[in-house]
Design a protein around this ligand. Structure first.
Ligand SMILES: O=C(O)c1ccc[n+]([C@@H]2O[C@H](COP(=O)([O-])O)[C@@H](O)[C@H]2O)c1
Ligand SMILES: Cc1cc2nc[nH]c2cc1C
Length: 346
């Protein structure tokens, strides 16, 4: 699947030079902690001792989920309204993108109602109006729809002119999809992968887990090898916005671009993308650990250490944009800091 899409392992040939540069800085050795690791990754990605990420773009994909009609979210199916809010510059993500100089691109991947467009354009990548089917009783989407969403994303990722790609999503009910994908791919029980999403209480979480488990019982991936297994899971219990984001990740990584993950939903996108091509993980940076219960374990599985830990559970790409100042800070350090030898000569 996607044989023509080549993703090279992140070129480590620059790693020695990058580590040496870090170790030469006028700081006690290792004093930048996790920011030091980030610095090395940034340098390697651009094969430069002074990397810059001026053109950053958040791909915010929105879609509705059939399972949301069964009360698995604290909120009704208002995904079109929250996307419209961002289009009218009234969402948290607008404020964050404005503050941190990030281009915001909104995508309708399949909503129940058409969103009212404001001053920020909403690009149409609709797979099916009305969103996915209720995965607790039937496949969320057809193979054609799943493939189309992945292809839409690949095209977006490949044609992006930005040097840093941020992932964001909106979709009432999408934590149910994400938990289902995680559970099926890792052979876990739904109850061990669900969380409160937008704010369910314990009773709501039990109800959500029961419906997810019911959906997982409808199909098996035991006979499938990767990436067919991941494709089947995405088709059976996934969402249009998640599939589009998987494609964006694959397309961006194939062009050597770094990808900044957001919360639980984008970690599940990473898990899926890695099943299509394991090298995609080389290009991904985890921005934050969200409040969603399974996010921490999933990040460990992906071998990703989040930069921030703020107990946020907003989605929209908010955590990813909040990590930009750290990336900018590291770039500024690399550009401006003296070496210890230079400092001792001052
Ligand atoms: O980013 C996260 O980790 C995260 C955790 C919980 C909820 N969300 C957001 O809330 C929505 C999904 O929650 P729910 O309860 O409707 O499944 C969706 O629009 C996400 O952007 C996001
Ligand atoms: C208001 C609202 C804003 C959101 N942003 C992302 N998911 C969301 C869900 C709701 C309910």
């Amino acid at each position: 699947m996607f044989k023509s899409l080549e993703i090279r392992p992140l070129n480590q040939s620059f790693a020695n030079a990058a580590k040496q540069r870090l170790d030469e800085l006028a700081i006690p050795l290792g004093a930048l902690g996790d920011l030091g690791d980030l610095a090395v990754k940034l340098m390697i990605s651009q094969k430069s001792l002074t990397p810059t990420f001026k053109n950053r773009e958040l791909y915010l994909c929105a879609a509705d989920h059939g399972i949301a009609s069964q009360g698995v979210s604290k909120y009704p199916q208002i995904t079109d309204k929250i996307l419209a809010c961002a289009s009218h510059s009234g969402a948290v993500i607008n404020a964050l993108c404005e503050t941190h100089n990030c281009t915001l691109s909104l995508f309708d991947c399949g909503l129940i109602n058409e969103p009212k467009t404001g001053s920020v354009k909403i690009f149409t990548r609709v797979i099916a109006q009305g969103g996915t089917k209720d995965f607790s009783i039937e496949p969320a989407m057809s193979s054609e729809q799943c493939l189309k969403a992945l292809e839409n994303g690949i095209e977006l990722g490949k044609t992006s002119s930005s040097d840093l790609i941020l992932l964001g999503e909106m979709g009432i009910g999408n934590t149910s999809s994400a938990s289902a994908i995680y559970a099926k791919l890792e052979g876990l029980q739904a109850i061990d992968c669900v969380g409160a999403g937008t704010g369910l209480d314990d009773e709501g979480i039990q109800h959500k887990a029961k419906l997810i488990q019911q959906g997982l019982g409808r199909f098996s991936i035991d006979e499938l090898a990767e990436p067919a297994a991941a494709f089947e899971v995405l088709r059976q219990v996934g969402g249009f916005e998640l599939a589009t984001l998987v494609g964006i990740s694959l397309g961006a990584a194939s062009c050597g671009k770094l990808i900044l993950l957001d919360g639980f939903l984008s970690a599940v996108v990473a898990l899926l993308a890695k099943s299509f091509n394991a090298h995609v993980l080389d290009y991904m940076i985890a921005s934050h650990r969200s409040h969603e219960k399974a996010h921490e374990e999933l990040l460990k599985l992906l071998n990703k250490k989040p930069l921030l830990d703020l107990n946020m559970r907003l989605g929209e790409g908010s955590g990813a944009v909040l990590a930009l100042p750290l990336i900018d800070s590291v770039c500024s350090i690399l550009e401006n800091t003296m070496t210890l030898n230079e400092a001792l000569d001052v």
